[in-house]
Design a binder for this molecule. Structure first.
Ligand code: DX5
Ligand code: ZN
Length: 227
């Protein structure tokens, strides 16, 4: 039985009440809090930095999943580790030395992952599998919430799942597969069936008044998918 995780992205939360929003969504059943860091350089949008992360940390009683959409990444890795990040993921295109950046995340005491954009090939994972705790697959182009799920991602999830299954058989270590962008209760089951176990959802949760109802419906759909 797969253990599924739902990671609400606070990108779609009410920014004037972020602490409260984090508490509410955790009470509604969030497993992780997904924190989208955008720098208006690597992606065409600007969100929040390590100071906001540190301010939210006392409210986050579940792991803080920091998705860095910034370039360069190394200084931000250290700043976010200090600010209380539990998981840090970054885009390989944004780091000159991917292996070194992954080591930096681990040395800072966090779990590490790479993020693949819709057009980024899966082979970038092959030589760093032993340094990955999670692979984050973008199912939209990064930069904005509320975009439509790109269906081709399903094949890519299957591809990554075969790779991580093979690796798990050799190493005994399972790498999580997280999917980000356009996830809703009505497509989460097919994303899970393709091999994902961790689901980021921003607008689907925060644009509804009852967060618990959305998360419960997502879990019902996941049960159907076999979890
Ligand atoms: C996009 C971000 C996503 C985004 C997901 O660059 O990485 O985490 O917030 O939002 P929805 O679920 O609204 O597509
Ligand atoms: Zn994200």
């Amino acid at each position: 039985m797969t253990h599924y995780r739902i990671a609400p992205s606070i990108l779609s939360a009410d920014f004037a009440r972020l602490g409260e929003e984090v508490q509410r969504v955790i009470a509604a059943g969030a497993d992780w809090i997904h924190f989208d860091v955008m720098d208006n350089h690597y992606v065409p949008n600007l969100t929040f930095g390590p100071m906001v992360c540190a301010a939210l940390k006392p409210y986050a009683t579940v792991p803080l999943d920091v998705h860095l959409m910034v370039e360069p990444v190394d200084e931000m890795i250290q700043a976010f580790a200090k600010a209380g990040a539990d998981i840090i993921t970054f885009h390989p295109e944004a780091s000159r030395h991917i292996d070194r950046s992954l080591s930096l995340i681990h040395d800072s005491g966090c779990r590490a992952g790479l993020v693949l954009n819709p057009a980024t090939p899966v082979y970038v994972l092959e030589h760093v599998l032993d340094k990955l705790d999670v692979v984050l697959l973008m199912s939209v182009n990064p930069g904005f919430g509320g975009q439509k799920f790109i269906p081709h991602t399903l094949e890519k999830i299957e591809q990554v799942r075969s790779l991580t299954d093979l690796y798990a058989a050799e190493s005994g270590r399972r790498i999580l597969i997280e999917v980000d962008g356009g996830i809703k209760a009505d497509n989460i089951a097919e994303v899970a069936a393709a091999g994902a176990d961790t689901f980021v959802a921003g607008s689907a949760i925060f644009n509804q008044p009852d967060y618990a109802a959305v998360i419960a419906e997502m879990r019902r759909q996941l049960e159907k998918a076999g979890g």
